[in-house]
Design a protein around this ligand. Structure first.
Ligand code: ATP
Length: 440
């Protein structure tokens, strides 16, 4: 099973999805750069999230807060005091372990060497803000996007006047100096989060929490994750963060085991109360009908962009035998596929065919993300597009010059249909737009 990961890492590099970071310098461990297909896939994923959580609802507001925030934010949030892992080092092989991963082992699990006493290790990256090198200029790279939404709660009330329940949504970078990064883009020190902070009356919180768990679970299924590979796991009481009343993880069956994709937590009124105390601002909500002032509860669905992207890659990766040939295909959902259409001339040395194919590609580019490729024989061109998850290949051949038709090949079924050039855009539009529409 684990070799699926090797295959995916290799495909990602070969095809231009994800490259090792700082590659020409020998790499910087556990950093990754998204290439031409990777950035499209990532943008599509974020767009699909934004669409269902912001555009398709009338109780949600988008945000994009700064990565650098006032250092007091992280005191109020509890990160300065509590956001650490306990780590222990092997005195012989120098490998570093999280205490939880050691499961009470007294010796190094790798080499049997002696382990150091466990020490606290804060996961926040520190840096300086401005040129003064004293404590006042110390800032952190945010370890989560959530706080940017809590500290803007009052601004949203004042500018948009929403009534409870309502939510804020944000996608952005977060940084954690993880002790044990790894498994490709699953756990890195720089990553992206997609987070929602949903504010509600305390008495409604439990129900709303349950509905968000269902909502978020369905989102992954609707984008094509196989049902058997997705599950919910409710946190036990002793796993819960001190402020949380309940938390459910959505887990994916990665090749390296079941792991968290997203967590949905009932954070109670902890965050707003903390920021009110540390900032000295009254962050209570005023209910004009009941004439009462109170701290709303917050339900937080918090997911990782990179982790979700890895799950979609793993879930969509297929190897199939087609007439004694191995076909590798990424069966990504149509909203996620980096390229929707490829236009391929059957014969690249026939000028009229090339010219016609280029003309068709130029026209399709106005509507769909389309590529033109004439750099190999047709069999190879198809294989290339399958590996990149391209949904439709439009092939222009000799006959196209006469009957003004092209062959459209479907990535998943490999069925081919002859469609008139005049109708090809409409045909693709119908196919790509049938049950959803994030593509234009
Ligand atoms: P884990 O237990 O795996 O460290 P967490 O419970 O600390 O994760 P949260 O603080 O709930 O994670 O963050 C919300 C989401 O952000 C996670 O579900 C995950 O998708 C993503 N995430 C967190 N840490 C990382 C990381 N180091 N690399 C990539 N994604 C991450």
């Amino acid at each position: 099973m684990a070799d699926i990961m090797d295959k995916i890492v290799s495909l990602c590099k070969r095809k231009g999805f994800i490259f090792p970071g700082s590659d020409i310098y020998g790499g910087l461990a556990n950093t990754w750069d998204y290439g031409p297909f990777g950035v499209e896939l990532k943008n599509n994923l974020k767009r699909a999230w934004w669409k269902s959580n912001v555009y398709q609802r009338d109780d949600m507001y988008g945000m994009d807060a700064g990565i650098l925030m006032h250092p007091k934010v992280w005191e109020a949030s509890g990160h300065v005091e509590n956001f650490f892992d306990l780590k222990s080092d092997c005195k012989s092989c120098k490998k570093r372990f999280k205490l939880v991963d050691l499961k009470n082992a007294k010796k190094c699990p790798e080499c049997g060497g002696e382990l150091t006493e466990s020490r606290k290790f804060n996961l926040m990256f520190k840096t300086e803000h401005g040129s003064v090198e004293d404590n006042a200029s110390l800032v952190y790279l945010r370890p989560e996007t959530a706080q940017g939404m809590f500290v803007n709660f009052q601004n949203i009330l004042d500018s948009r006047h929403p009534k409870l329940p309502f939510g804020l949504a944000q996608i952005g970078k977060a940084f954690r100096n993880e002790i044990t990064p790894g498994n490709f883009i699953f756990r890195t020190r720089e990553f992206e989060q997609m987070e929602i902070e949903y504010f509600c009356r305390p008495e409604e919180a439990e129900k709303i929490y349950e509905s968000w768990v269902e909502e978020r679970f369905s989102w992954y299924l609707n984008l094509g994750i196989k049902k058997d590979n997705l599950r919910k796991r409710q946190h036990t009481k002793d796993e819960l963060a001190h402020y949380a009343k309940a938390c459910t993880d959505i887990e994916y069956n990665f090749p390296f085991g079941w792991n968290e994709l997203e967590g949905i937590a009932n954070r109670t009124d902890f965050d707003l109360k903390q920021h009110a105390e540390y900032s000295g601002k009254d962050l209570r909500y005023f209910d004009e009908v009941k004439k009462e002032r109170f701290y709303p509860y917050i339900i937080e669905p918090s997911g990782g962009v990179d982790r979700a992207l890895l799950a979609f890659l793993v879930d969509g990766y297929f190897e199939e035998m087609v007439k004694d040939d191995l076909r590798v295909v990424l069966k990504l959902h149509k909203d996620l596929s980096p390229t929707k259409v490829a236009v391929l001339p059957l014969l690249k040395n026939r000028a009229e065919i090339v010219e016609l194919a280029k003309k068709i590609a130029k026209d399709l580019k106005k509507t769909f993300i389309t590529v033109y490729d004439d750099s190999a024989a047709i069999g190879k061109l198809y294989r290339r597009q399958d590996e990149a998850g391209t949904l439709y290949c439009v092939t222009v051949d000799v006959q196209s010059l006469e009957d003004k038709k092209v062959t459209v090949r479907d990535r998943d079924t490999m069925l081919q249909e002859r469609i008139s050039i005049e109708k090809v855009k409409e045909y693709l539009f119908e196919k790509l737009n049938r049950d959803s529409s994030v593509l234009l």
